[in-house]
Write a protein that binds this ligand. Structure first.
Ligand SMILES: [Zn+2]
Length: 477
């Protein structure tokens, strides 16, 4: 039997996080607003209006292009993409066709299996969004709020080879968009939308077969499921001797099925021509230089640096660079601490991440600053407090905003290392528990842990546990 491989390319629409729309001053994000409340004659395409380009859209798109290693053009043009659909009031969409802001570029995907997939970018351009059609109670409603919302459309080459790789592409792209600060990239809110082009071929073949386009795959799971379904369907068709036709399919998330929408349009169907109402974008070297001053170190570069510079395992480096503010937090804490970076990493991954998840905040919003975390670790290293007091301090600092040292002093949390004080408590415990002493002496030496636990309980966790253990061993001989 022939074995097939799947060939996938992804088209993504990224909503830029500007305050206003791309060609008018209406509010761009309408997620919580009533339909048709953020509209004006420009974005509704009334006759006689003129679009005015939002400069910030060009700047954010340029940042994104650079983050994708794409090449920007110093001169690019807007074009009209003509099609007729009820939610497109002008009858055309302002987009960029042959001379877009950027071209080329790539995104590398480190896969959990250990290899890296290199995904090329074929197209990167600015365009305006269309409205939204809602079918309800047998009627069709149209919301124009989304008309004129700034988008970047990005199209990959046919480089992805599995549903998992496609999912990973979206995960890494979402990370990058948030990292660079150009989009909220919330798929649920439509800030990041995805269509998947899928074809199959026998393993080992190098030609490309006709592909189908799956629309509306707007969550990571949907992308994975829809591609797997479509792969199976194409294999069945080919095995049955039928040809794959270039259909456009729609993914029905609720039912988990693909439906044929239409035979796919070609670019000729759109009759592109230059937008006569807008000047070309002139991205001078000076302007570009200015924009790129805001480009941070990229996540994968930082991930690699964390491994090299701090000797972190790749696993740690990956988690710590999942989000920019978390990685900044890590570096600031390491700097304040001065000790082993792996220790900071452990505390972040075990305790601080849990705090972030529970509170639904990002690392830069914590009252537990990198300096406070470092201070707690230093208090432990110096023997002033024990580990469990340190862990308890995390919450205390976060809720009160006070410094760890202050809390230790005012609540008397410092570890008791005074031999005579601990010895006294140990003796009390032995006197109170003759049965346990008996069984210890008859060979159940593991009870030592229980004895130490009793000391910690009596001394409210402040005793030096290893000292207590030594004293018990001595007393029980
Ligand atoms: Zn408007």
């Amino acid at each position: 039997m022939t074995e097939y491989e799947v060939i996938i390319g992804l088209e993504t629409h990224i909503q830029l996080n500007t305050i206003t729309k791309v060609f008018c001053s209406c509010k761009a994000d309408s997620w919580i607003d009533l339909p048709n409340t953020n509209i004006c004659p420009v974005c509704c395409g009334l006759p006689g209006v003129l679009p005015v380009l939002n400069k910030l859209v060009v700047e954010k798109a340029t940042l994104l292009a650079e983050a994708m290693h794409a090449e920007t053009r110093s001169l690019s043009f807007f074009d009209r993409k003509n099609y007729f659909y009820p939610d497109l009031p002008k009858g055309f969409q302002i987009s960029q066709f042959d001379m877009s802001l950027a071209h080329g570029g790539y995104l590398d995907l480190p896969m959990p299996q250990g290899y890296t997939r290199h995904v090329t970018i074929h197209k990167l351009h600015i365009e305006e969004d269309a409205g939204k059609t809602v079918n309800q109670h047998g009627r069709r409603y149209i919301d124009f709020n989304r008309c004129g919302v700034p988008l970047v459309e990005m199209v990959t080459g046919p480089d992805l080879r599995s549903a998992d790789e496609a999912a990973q592409y979206l995960i890494r792209l979402r990370q990058l968009l948030r990292w660079v600060g150009v989009s909220e990239a919330d798929m649920e809110k439509g800030h990041l939308r995805c269509d998947a082009n899928v074809s199959i071929r026998p393993v080992g073949a190098t030609h490309l077969n006709p592909k189908t386009e799956i629309k509306n795959v707007n969550s990571i799971d949907a992308v994975r499921n829809a591609i797997l379904k479509e792969f199976d369907r194409q294999v069945r068709e080919v095995e049955a001797g039928r040809r794959i036709e270039s259909w456009t399919l729609e993914w029905d998330e609720d039912r988990g099925v693909l439906r044929k929408m239409r035979s796919k349009e070609t670019e000729a169907d759109y009759r592109y021509f230059r937008e006569p109402d807008l000047l070309p974008i002139r991205l001078t070297d000076e302007w570009k230089h200015d924009i790129l001053r805001n480009l941070p170190e990229l996540p994968l570069v930082r991930r690699e640096r964390f491994v090299k510079q701090y000797g972190l395992p790749e696993y740690d480096a990956d988690i710590l660079t999942s989000e920019r503010s978390l990685s900044d937090y890590f570096e600031a804490a390491v700097k304040n601490y001065g000790g082993d970076p792996k220790k900071i990493s452990n505390w972040l991954m075990n305790d601080v991440l849990r705090m972030l998840n529970e509170r639904g905040v990002s690392a830069d919003q914590l009252k537990l600053t990198p300096r406070s975390l470092a201070e707690i670790l230093k208090l432990i290293d110096a023997g002033t407090i024990n580990n469990s007091t340190g862990k308890a301090l995390l919450e205390k600092v976060e809720t009160t905003g006070r410094s760890p040292a202050e809390i230790v002093a005012s609540e008397g949390l410092a570890k008791v290392s005074d031999d005579s004080a601990i010895r006294k408590v140990c003796q009390e415990i032995l006197a109170e528990n003759p049965k346990e002493v008996e069984s210890y002496k008859s060979g159940k030496v593991t009870l030592i842990g229980w004895f130490v636990g009793q000391v910690m309980k009596k001394m409210r966790g402040k005793a030096d546990a290893s000292l207590a253990r030594t004293i018990f061993e001595e007393l029980l001989q």
